[in-house]
Design a protein around this ligand. Structure first.
Ligand SMILES: Cc1cc2nc3c(=O)[nH]c(=O)nc-3n(C[C@H](O)[C@H](O)[C@H](O)COP(=O)(O)OP(=O)(O)OC[C@H]3O[C@@H](n4cnc5c(N)ncnc54)[C@H](O)[C@@H]3O)c2cc1C
Length: 545
């Protein structure tokens, strides 16, 4: 659509000093920071260049806005009163799903090419700024692949469809479809973090002793209930077990999955998060009875990568908007971007964004590597990256919103969408405390994870005295794993040190030094912008297109 050309000269006044709306652009080419770290971490720059062009196009950006405004609807019955449990979406939602899946958002990491997870993580980052809700089913489709391996026959049947790069939204048995999506249903009313409290019951279907079961119970959160199947946990005779529940049974009937209602959420509005019940729903067992957590944790490990990367994408989108605005707006006879205090605010945000992006992609690189130390590093570092980026994200977006003044608080600006999304990635796939306790557990149970993590930190020493001192202080303060009550403090410090180490090894000097001075050595106040950047212009140069 050609841009609307508004009339500026109105009867009572002339509209002045209001920057035009930021139109579509190229999310890859225009993002110096993303390109810098993605290339250093071995992502596929060709794939990302195409993805950035596609997702930055004004048509898809508009699709994101529409999919958020015109939200999904649940249709429980058809007009004759028969149950259908279908969710309908605006076509804009389908456009985004199709664009993302065809570009390889879910498939790319599992294809026989290098840099898959890093490329995927950069796609997550770009998608987050366009429409974060559609990322949910695409992320779950990506992440489910390794868990399916626990049942070779199911993996052989389903994985090619998950990797097909085709979006087929039809509600039909999966064998009639060219592409499929998968969701996840773990959380129950009585406990989400503590999945061992799950009450859904699984009973073998027939006396064959095979992998077919019937499930009875509920799930309190099931995002994307229009997926073709759901990885779920239920109590079998041998304990908590992982299952794949297809939407259609092998004999071509609607499975006994009833969608009770869609959640009315703070944000993430394009995504149909639902409450469901299993009414003797047909399911295939994945892995042995009693090994449910071990099986589904493979999926959780991969969704966590996306929850660590998405906040960086949200921050980037908010900062790009703020930057655009302050370049075009003046106050007190000077452009906002030329005012020293506004420069400090933006520079401080650039430094934060660099840290989140660099660490997220560094973690993704470990997913791409295949050695046992890399796998151990991925397990611990993804939790650290998820914790720190998500704790920073809401406040960051609020500050970016404030750069726009009043207009940032208005729904026509992209800021409310980003702000509502900001807390989500911290809550799911391990809320803050759970992540911190997970880190302590990993360090206690997997000595290799601690070894590779501290080796990464040690490798960054020698470049900045403040970093070296801070790392020494950390080791003195916590010579061993701390008590639970200190887990947040410990995690925050460790995550900041890891961000510092990553920047010292991969960022331009000005960025690494600024991060170490302000975050690692703590030469700053608590709020964004309460820092002194001698070379804020150099730092702001990272926002230049
Ligand atoms: C938009 C959205 C979409 C979602 N989609 C899905 C989905 O598709 N599938 C799915 O299965 N789930 C989904 N969830 C659910 C989500 O994963 C859970 O809400 C989350 O795991 C937390 O579980 P809970 O809500 O039961 O909170 P609880 O487990 O009750 O936790 C409440 C608080 O207590 C803290 N806590 C827990 N244990 C401890 C402890 N030992 N010490 C200290 N603090 C602790 C937690 O960190 C948290 O802050 C979704 C959630 C949201 C918001």
């Amino acid at each position: 659509m050609p841009p609307i050309r508004p009339r500026t000269d109105l009867e009572t006044h002339e509209v002045q000093n209001q920057p035009s709306a930021r139109e579509g652009g190229d999310l890859w080419q225009d993002d110096v920071i993303l390109r810098h770290y993605a290339s250093r971490m071995g992502a596929d720059q060709g794939d990302l260049a195409s993805f950035g062009r596609l997702m930055g196009h004004e048509d898809l950006r508009e699709a994101g806005r529409v999919a958020n405004r015109i939200t999904p609807e649940l249709q429980v019955f058809d007009r004759a009163g028969r149950r259908i449990d279908e969710v309908t979406f605006h076509p804009a939602y389908h456009d985004l799903m199709q664009a993302g899946l065809e570009a390889g958002y879910a498939a790319r990491p599992w294809e026989d090419k290098t840099g898959g997870h890093t490329t995927h993580a950069a796609m997550v980052y770009m998608m987050a700024g366009v429409e974060p809700g559609v990322s949910c089913p695409m992320t779950m489709t990506y992440a489910a692949v390794p868990s399916l391996k626990a049942n070779a026959a199911i993996a052989a049947d389903w994985t090619p469809r998950l990797m097909s790069r085709r979006y087929d939204p039809a509600s039909r048995p999966v064998w009639e479809k060219s592409g499929a999506t998968l969701g996840m249903a773990m959380t129950e009313k009585q406990g989400g973090s503590d999945v061992r409290a799950n009450s859904t019951v699984a009973t073998p279907d027939g006396a064959t002793g095979g992998d077919e079961y019937r499930l009875r119970g509920h799930k309190w959160f099931c995002s994307a209930p229009m997926c073709d199947g759901f990885l779920t946990l239920a109590q079998a005779a041998g304990g908590l077990t992982c299952f794949l529940v297809p939407r259609w049974t092998p004999d071509g009937e609607r499975n006994g999955i009833q969608v009770m209602r869609l959640k009315d959420k703070l944000g993430n509005r394009a995504n149909a998060s639902s409450e469901i019940e299993y009414h003797d729903a047909f399911a295939w067992r994945l892995g042995d009875e009693g090994k449910g957590v071990k099986t589904i944790v493979e999926m959780v490990h991969h969704t966590r990568l996306d929850t660590a990367m998405a906040p960086a994408g949200l921050m980037r989108a908010a900062l790009a908007e703020a930057h655009w605005w302050v370049k075009g707006r003046s106050a007190f006879q000077r452009r906002l971007i030329d005012q020293p205090l506004m420069q400090s605010v933006l520079a401080d945000m650039v430094v934060e964004l660099e840290a989140a992006t660099a660490l997220g992609l560094r973690v993704a690189k470990a997913y791409d590597a295949d050695s046992e130390p890399d796998r151990a590093f991925a397990r611990i570092s993804v939790a650290l990256a998820k914790f720190i980026a998500n704790k920073r994200c809401p406040n960051f977006i609020y500050e970016a919103m404030e750069c726009l003044g009043g207009v940032g608080y208005v729904e026509e600006s992209p800021m409310p969408l980003l702000y509502r999304e900001a807390p989500l990635n911290s809550i799911w796939e391990g809320s803050g405390n759970v992540i911190c306790l997970d880190i302590l557990r990993t360090l206690a149970r997997e000595p290799l994870a601690g070894e590779v993590l501290f080796a990464e930190l040690d490798a960054a020493t020698g470049a900045d005295r403040q970093f070296d001192l801070a790392l020494k202080d950390f080791k003195t303060r916590w010579p061993s794993i701390p008590p639970e009550a200190e887990a947040r403090w410990y995690t925050e410090r460790l995550a900041v040190l890891l961000q510092g180490a990553t920047l010292l090894q991969h960022a331009p000097d000005a960025i690494a030094q600024a991060f170490v001075a302000t975050r690692v050595a703590g030469d700053r106040g608590d709020v964004i912008g309460s820092a002194s950047y001698a070379d804020s212009r150099v730092i702001l140069g990272r926002l230049k297109v």
